[in-house]
Write a protein that binds this ligand. Structure first.
Ligand SMILES: Cc1cc2nc3c(=O)[nH]c(=O)nc-3n(C[C@H](O)[C@H](O)[C@H](O)COP(=O)(O)O)c2cc1C
Length: 211
């Protein structure tokens, strides 16, 4: 195996080191986050640092880079208090990736990349119509991480829209059937295949596979 002490990692160029470190934490739940500003301009950006925080209350959060690097989603959530998270499937990978470009504040990524805003009753922010798994969150808390000027944005789940084919009898979502992709680093996208599901693990009892 290759041993890479920190001194070696620090000697690499910013780009090379960024790729390497971004891949270390593994495959991620990449999605499009939809927001709106006070003027009613929509915004859509791809995010992959999305984290499940708890099911009751249902809380989901994501890491936003420093404000200078990724300003619009963060500012819109601060001012409007809502966001949607929309899964990406194979047919919309290119458009999804393109939303990471630095568009001006007034220019909607929906129009720029060719995705369709979709509105649902009582949800003041846009979903992505093409997405097959999507949900809306209301802002609960934004925690600044002072060590590197990033932000942990936490929302509480308000509703979800899911493809008919993926909801299992026990509430599990087989999102691979909707073609939801996963990402690696900041530019790799992958499809997925389930290997196994197991019942709740208990000490001294063998793992039991769920068919
Ligand atoms: C695959 C991928 C994953 C990304 N994940 C994140 C992320 O988790 N957090 C983040 O702040 N930016 C992330 N970005 C970068 C944002 O998409 C990019 O900075 C975008 O321009 C932010 O737009 P905004 O200012 O409209 O919010 C990611 C980019 C790509 C291509």
């Amino acid at each position: 195996m290759l041993h890479l002490p920190l001194s070696i990692i620090q000697s690499w160029s910013r780009f090379y080191r960024g790729n390497f470190v971004n891949c270390l934490s593994g495959f991620k739940s990449v999605s499009l986050i939809g927001t709106i500003n006070k003027e009613g301009d929509t915004n859509l950006s791809v995010f992959s640092n999305i984290i499940h925080l708890g099911a009751d209350p249902a809380l989901i959060g994501f890491i936003n880079r420093p404000r200078e690097a990724a300003p619009h989603t963060l500012a819109n959530i601060e001012s409007m208090g809502w966001f949607t998270i929309n899964h990406i499937h194979q047919e919309i990978i290119e458009q999804a990736h393109q939303t990471s470009a630095k568009y001006d504040e007034g220019e909607s990524e929906f129009a720029a990349v060719g995705l369709t805003p979709e509105w649902q009753a009582e949800i003041p922010v846009p979903y992505v119509k093409e997405s097959l798994v999507k949900y809306a969150l209301q802002l609960v808390e934004i925690i600044p991480i002072t060590h590197n000027n990033t932000f942990f944005v936490i929302g509480t789940l308000k509703e979800a829209w899911i493809d008919d084919s993926i909801l299992e009898e026990d509430g599990f979502l087989s999102i691979e059937r909707a073609g939801s992709v996963t990402s690696l680093g900041v530019d790799g996208y992958y499809d997925t295949k389930r290997l196994a599901r197991y019942a709740y693990a208990k000490p001294n009892s063998a793992p039991r596979e769920i068919p």
